[in-house]
Design a protein around this ligand. Structure first.
Ligand code: FAD
Length: 534
């Protein structure tokens, strides 16, 4: 088995991983592992933009207040303040790396700012409706300029390596690297490193309907949990209210900014309905409110989708303002300039994740987690739109400061060769139907039993079924070929189980977690749900 050494091991090539690599580029040899191609990330799909206070009508206090309100009592106020106040500097980083945000046509010296649900002011910087694509591409360009940063594509991290065997005594003090599967050459590799940073993104693929890309299988969370990291707030899954409903559209999101610009939600009878659920904010209510309203309308009418209508705006403006959405919908035969768009809710964002402090550190000293896989305390029970790209940038900066501070000691640490016997490719599985069948089954189970509206009975039932699949998979996995589908199924099962346990522990309804047994907020649950293996 090949053993490779690197100073800094970053797992993931989205905004979190790439921006961190740029911040650490002067420290030493950096390896970025990514399980598909470098740009196969959630970051590239981000449409709306990044929240940042930029206007004299706006203030840090207002952005903080909006974030706390969305988080429904569970945000960490110190973290919220840190993120909101650091936003202008992090936007400057992006501009320095080559991102050109849209300017206000009426006053070119200013940025064009848009409004999204839950924000009390216009504060979203954007590049058309393809902000994430531009950010990801510019970050890749900058990273490729550095010869000491190596990007290893098609490299799947399958396990973190503890400094010694993990036992019941608790998590290890350090990790020394990761076991990795090179998917191109079907080879096992070991990457040894002085510091490891998980930037593996979210876990939307745990659900059958999701806006997330195929990479979002919660790998980092599963890997961190197995080694003893604390995992927090996994019950808080944000469902985006409006994904395109079309048999051929896999996961296309219709951005919140359409509602910010006046789009109206209509039920199957063509009637507006948001005024019944949130008479003041209507379409601009936070995502959880809009999502539940749509879910309720769908259940009441038995329809398969609702509609989002923006056609009252001039067609030239729509084509220019939403070129990506316009073109994509047109490809499916929907002209947004003169007809409403069929939409359904879908799993969109994981508010919880690997518990970290304000430096992005986990409870294992040289293991960091940044971006959507982390739970920093920013989002609480619900994420405010466009705060997540900002969070990833803020914490890659924070982590870079901490790693630089620790570097004099870290760089002297010796590489340790781990026991290798447990990581070996075995015989090739002939029948993969077992894996593909269970993939669909788990994701459908989670949608039906642990989706937008939950109850304890269904959650318990789902947990029993996931336990069964996990046991079956252990038997299968231990005897067969290691491959992407097997590993991802293993990871979605672990994350599904953690979501179910967290949801069953929170006996209240708050933010994105709605439990019919307790359809109200309870004071005694004003705290994080934290799970750890040891
Ligand atoms: C459709 C859509 C629109 C969005 N719009 C916005 C928006 O407008 N504003 C906003 O703030 N947020 C938005 N979000 C959320 C935001 O895009 C994400 O939270 C953010 O991009 C996550 O960045 P990340 O770097 O943490 O993860 P990602 O960008 O998902 O990157 C994760 C990386 O980890 C790699 N990886 C995962 N597991 C492994 C493994 N086992 N081994 C090796 N590599 C691995 C993946 O291949 C990938 O490279 C949107 C999300 C979606 C789905």
């Amino acid at each position: 088995m090949e053993i490779l050494k690197t100073d800094i091991l970053i797992i993931g090539s989205g905004i979190a991983g790439l921006s961190l690599a740029l911040k650490l580029r002067d420290l030493g040899e950096i390896t970025i592992l990514t399980k598909k191609r470098v740009f196969d990330t959630t970051t590239i799909l981000a449409q709306g933009g990044i929240a940042c206070v930029m206007d004299e009508e706006d203030s840090f206090d207002l952005h903080i207040r909006d974030t706390l309100l969305a988080g429904n009592g569970l945000c960490d106020p110190e973290i919220v303040e840190l993120v909101v106040k650091s936003a202008p500097e992090r936007i400057r980083d992006l501009i320095e790396w080559g991102v050109e945000f849209d300017r206000d046509p009426a006053n070119f010296s200013k940025f064009h700012l848009t409004l999204e649900g839950g924000h009390s002011r216009k504060r979203i910087l954007h590049v058309g409706d393809y902000t994430g694509r531009i950010i990801e591409n510019k970050l890749i360009e900058r990273v490729l300029e550095n010869s000491n940063i190596q990007i290893s594509e098609n490299h799947l991290a399958v396990k973190l390596i503890p400094e010694k065997e993990v036992g019941l005594s608790g998590p290890p003090k350090r990790v020394v690297g990761a076991y990795v599967l090179d998917l191109t050459h079907i080879k096992e590799r070991v990457f040894l490193s002085k510091v490891v940073i998980l930037c593996t993104g979210g876990a939307g693929k745990v659900y059958i309907y999701t806006s997330n890309p195929d990479t979002a299988t919660g790998d980092g969370i599963a890997l961190a949990y197995e080694i003893g990291c604390k995992i927090a707030n996994l019950e808080f899954i944000q469902f985006h209210p409006t994904c395109l409903y079309h048999p051929k559209a896999k996961n296309f999101l219709i951005s919140e900014t359409l509602r910010g610009e006046g789009a109206v939600l209509l039920n199957a009878e063509g009637k507006p309905f948001m005024h019944k659920y949130d008479p003041i904010r209507k379409e601009l209510a936070p995502r959880d409110v809009v999502t539940r309203a749509i879910d309720m309308e769908l259940k009441k009418t038995g329809a398969e989708c609702v509609y989002l209508d923006i056609s009252k705006l001039p067609s030239d403006y729509l084509r220019k303002r939403f070129p990506y959405i316009y073109e994509t919908c047109l490809k499916y035969g929907i002209d947004i300039t003169n007809q409403p768009i069929p939409v359904v809710p879908a799993a969109h964002y994981l508010c919880g994740g690997i518990l970290t402090n304000k430096w992005g550190q986990t409870n294992i000293s040289n293991l960091f987690a940044i971006g959507e896989c982390a739970c920093t305390g920013l989002h609480g029970a619900n994420r405010l739109a466009s705060n997540s790209l900002l969070e990833a940038l803020c914490f890659s900066h924070q982590a870079s400061l901490k790693i630089k501070e620790m570097w004099p000691i870290l760089k002297e640490s010796l590489y340790q060769i781990p026991p290798l016997k447990e990581f070996q490719i075995k015989e090739v599985a002939e029948e993969k139907v077992f894996i593909s069948h269970n993939w669909d089954w788990v994701r459908k189970l989670m949608w039906d039993f642990a989706g937008i509206v939950r109850n304890l009975k269904m959650l318990e039932l789902a947990k029993k079924r996931i336990d069964f699949i996990k046991r079956e998979l252990e038997t299968y996995w231990s005897g067969f070929y290691l491959d992407l589908d097997v590993m991802e199924l293993k990871n979605i099962c672990t994350v599904a189980e953690l979501i179910l346990i967290s949801a069953m522990r929170r006996l209240e309804s708050r933010g994105t977690h709605y439990l019919t047994d307790y359809p109200y907020k309870r004071e005694e649950f004003q705290k994080m749900t934290v799970i750890s293996k040891f």
